[in-house]
Design a protein around this ligand. Structure first.
Ligand SMILES: Nc1ncnc2c1ncn2[C@@H]1O[C@H](COP(=O)(O)OP(=O)(O)OP(=O)(O)O)[C@@H](O)[C@H]1O
Length: 335
């Protein structure tokens, strides 16, 4: 039985989630920290800090300490994790003392990047820190039978990375990890609007556009959204209307890169497992799985059934927490 002192953490580029098998999701907050740049004190973490992005006075900076699925600013990540542990303690009504933590890392992370994640978690008070590859955690969290000798194909489109993996018998058979995912789609939208309309928009506006009227490359009925930004010629605020067709144009190149990663992984699949893929299909997870039309588009392109995981934004966190049971079994067997 897992105690609340054993937790799984999805330390994501966009969101940080903490899961305990007994209590479920204990925390789900954006991976954002707001600091006072004069004193370096952390002022806010999570939603409160995210609401400050692009709106803060000079000395308060709201930053995302992770980029492309790995730590970009070590000290800030460590501070964010300390705050997260405090929030979790408050939630469970007692101090989380020296917890055992399983945390995911992108499968493309280097050993230095993995070590940094492990050290940052340890510095937040954890006793034992176990790492799990993100696609494996996502597959466990999506209820796939990962320890059976059948092909489970997982496509996890997060904020910083897209991980595509074929998992069989508890291990990764073939995998591609690319640093193109939700954040890149937001950046594509910012650049498109800048070039086409000479209008500067912020990250949060771009993300809202993607979520509200963003479509994968499928035929659909046109939708429109009104957005505001700063005119680069006059320097004044301006409102424009953007359509979902323009959003497709903006995101096209990155979406094609994601498709390419899926194709490349399937091409690497050992022939014995190919039959499973045709029968069982591909599971989409991560926030990108919620992009309108993505299931239909990928299905059309790879001609294999595509399903969306039950809770795409939570699969990795649930998988990290559940994997503790497996780790405990291994540790017990080794005694
Ligand atoms: N409805 C939606 N449509 C399109 N994209 C969405 C939707 N909801 C969330 N997203 C995007 O999903 C991304 C966050 O997904 P997720 O929480 O799985 O990433 P993460 O685990 O933090 O990142 P990574 O795994 O790369 O470290 C963000 O880019 C967000 O904009």
């Amino acid at each position: 039985m897992l105690s609340s002192n054993e937790i799984g953490i999805d330390l994501g580029t966009a969101n940080i989630l903490v899961y305990s098998k007994n209590k479920g999701i204990l925390l789900n907050e954006p991976s954002v920290v707001a600091i006072d740049s004069d004193t370096n004190n952390v002022l806010a973490v999570g939603t409160e800090a995210k609401n400050m992005i692009g709106k803060t006075p000079g000395k308060i900076v709201a930053v995302r300490p992770l980029k492309d699925g790995v730590i970009a600013d070590y000290n800030m990540t460590a501070d964010m994790l300390k705050h997260v542990m405090k929030l979790v303690s408050r939630k469970i009504g007692k101090t989380l003392r020296k917890p055992t933590v399983v945390v995911c890392t992108p499968s493309g992370a280097t050993s230095v990047e993995r070590r940094a994640i492990q050290d940052a978690i340890r510095s937040s008070g954890a006793k034992d820190v176990h790492l799990i590859e993100e696609p494996v955690a996502a597959a466990i969290g999506a209820d796939l039978p990962v320890d059976e000798p059948i092909a489970n194909v997982i496509v996890d489109i997060g904020g910083g990375t897209t991980e595509v993996a074929i998992i069989s018998y508890g291990g990764i058979v073939s995998c591609h990890s690319i640093r193109i995912a939700g954040d890149q789609l937001d950046e594509d939208i910012i650049q498109y609007i800048r070039k086409k309309y000479n209008l500067l928009i912020g990250e949060r506006t771009a993300e809202r556009m993607k979520i509200d009227i963003g479509y994968a490359l499928i035929t659909h009925e046109k939708e429109e959204i009104e957005i505001r930004g700063r005119d680069l010629v006059t320097g004044l605020p301006k409102t424009i209307t953007v359509s979902s067709y323009e959003m497709q144009e903006a995101m096209k190149e990155s979406l094609l890169h994601i498709l390419e990663a899926i194709r490349a992984t399937l091409e690497d699949c050992p022939p014995e497992l190919s039959g499973d893929i045709v029968d069982r299909g591909v599971i989409l997870t991560g926030g990108g799985a919620l992009l309108k039309g993505i299931q239909e588009w990928i299905c059309e392109e790879i001609v294999v059934p595509v399903h969306i995981a039950p809770s795409p934004l939570e699969s990795v966190a649930i998988g990290t927490g559940r994997s503790l049971t497996i780790i405990n079994k291994i540790l017990k067997a080794a005694k």
